[in-house]
Design a protein around this ligand. Structure first.
Ligand SMILES: [Zn+2]
Length: 422
């Protein structure tokens, strides 16, 4: 039996973010802010607007793999993109250097429901290069008082996704006033056209979207702050459902309004050395909004953007910033901040027992090892500390032991070139 005095129950809200060093050095049993030895986290969260399948593949081959490309070796970063099921836009935006129009942009179906890029979207979802639904589609019309969106299109989207095994946890939405499918968080009067969460509207679908697995939503809100302890905040939708909202860094807030920098032509401003250093020194996490395939040049990234991405890859290589796809970053922080566990130490033998993810928004759950990836504790004798989930020993292959920490391994890197057939 454990002595009562040696056992304490910790919740992450009090355990994390104690200052490091000196008298405030981390205590054994305390939860680390970030996985392993990392001091900060970044997700690049890319909207699919303007991205053709060819642009998508060039961008992610450079970002995610280590393969040679026309602009040097790939960077091996865990960056995921988003998808659309439908594309109805008649605005006539140019999508690529071949002067492809709106209908060249990657989407699962043509407007009539005949499959278009379904195979590519399914493949890239299952390999992890897509993890976010950018609402059901692009419904932006030249006449914004019209919308082609219907609740029937939402139903058909969710049916097709279920059949393809596509169940993203992350939803992002924006666009002009034709996009009635969008779900509102706050700013409800400013975003009155967004009807997806309004149960009195013919466009309501949020109950089905949440039932299909959506748990993190970006609600069209501009974000001018590069990093915080958590991008998550609790939201009650108009139908009473509770869900996590998350903040994205979209640009700078100026006296003249918000200046969006979420195009590849401004990516170097988003990921400047000063911003990355600030993130590390403040031990913050940030979700950076982008449109990685949104350019109209033969190669997706301008030279400055590639320099910035190489710099980011260097910060990861040096153990400073962990780059993670949006769904992984958000889930890590959700689990970290609501983790309930016990730490006990008796005669030098330490036991960490994970009990629950006490999520106040989507409910408490018994943790699975998969969900705990990256969760890291300080320990006195990390080589010997026992790690358990509700009393059951965690297999050693799932653990990572450092100089003063023990915890769950982060996801293994995957540099596979999924653009290759087969
Ligand atoms: Zn977008």
């Amino acid at each position: 039996m454990l002595k009562k005095a040696a056992l304490f129950v910790l919740t992450a809200a009090v355990a994390a973010f104690a200052p490091l060093g000196g008298a405030d050095a981390p205590r054994p049993g305390q939860l680390r802010d970030y996985p392993g030895d990392y001091g900060a986290m970044i997700a690049i969260c890319s909207d699919i607007d303007g991205s053709t399948p060819a642009e998508f593949e060039k961008a992610h081959r450079f970002l995610n793999t280590l393969e040679p490309t026309e602009n040097g070796p790939g960077l091996g970063l865990d960056v995921a993109d988003s998808f659309w099921m439908f594309n109805f836009s008649d605005i006539g935006a140019v999508s690529d250097h071949l002067s492809g129009g709106d209908n060249e942009v990657m989407s699962y179906f043509w407007q009539d429901g005949v499959v278009k890029h379904a195979a590519a979207i399914t493949k890239y979802y299952h390999c992890g290069w897509i993890d976010t639904i950018h609402s059901y589609g692009d419904f932006s019309m030249a006449d914004p008082t019209r919308t082609p969106f219907t609740a029937e299109l939402a139903r058909r989207s969710l049916d097709a996704m279920r059949e393809a095994g596509i169940s993203p946890s992350v939803w992002t939405n924006h666009g002009n006033k034709s996009n009635a499918q969008n779900i509102r968080g706050s700013r409800r009067s400013a975003l009155a056209y967004q009807k997806g969460g309004d149960p009195s509207s013919e466009y309501y679908h949020a109950d089905a979207a949440l039932a299909a697995g959506i748990r993190f939503i970006w609600f069209s809100d501009p974000g001018g702050r590069f990093g915080s302890k958590t991008p998550l905040y609790a939201v009650t939708l108009e139908d009473g459902a509770r869900v996590w909202g998350f903040r994205r860094y979209t640009g700078s807030s100026t006296p003249l309004g918000h200046k969006y920098s979420w195009s590849v032509y401004n990516l170097h401003k988003q990921l400047s050395r000063a911003r990355l250093d600030g993130l590390v020194s403040a031990r913050r996490a940030v979700v950076v909004a982008q449109h990685l395939g949104g350019g109209a040049d033969p190669w997706p990234f301008p030279a400055e953007a590639m320099d910035a991405l190489r710099l980011l890859a260097d910060y990861q290589r040096r153990g400073l910033i962990l780059v993670a796809r949006t769904s992984r970053l958000l889930e890590y922080i959700r689990v970290r901040d609501y983790l309930e566990y016990t730490y006990s130490s008796e005669s030098g033998s330490e036991i960490i027992d994970v009990i629950s993810v006490n999520d106040p928004v989507i409910g408490a759950s018994a943790p699975q090892a998969e969900q705990l990836r990256g969760i890291t504790f300080y320990a006195q004798s990390p080589a010997r500390a026992a790690v358990r989930i509700n009393g059951a020993d965690v297999p050693e292959r799932l653990l990572q032991r450092g100089a003063d920490t023990v915890g769950f391994k982060w996801h293994d890197p995957d540099y596979t070139d999924y653009t290759k057939p087969g």
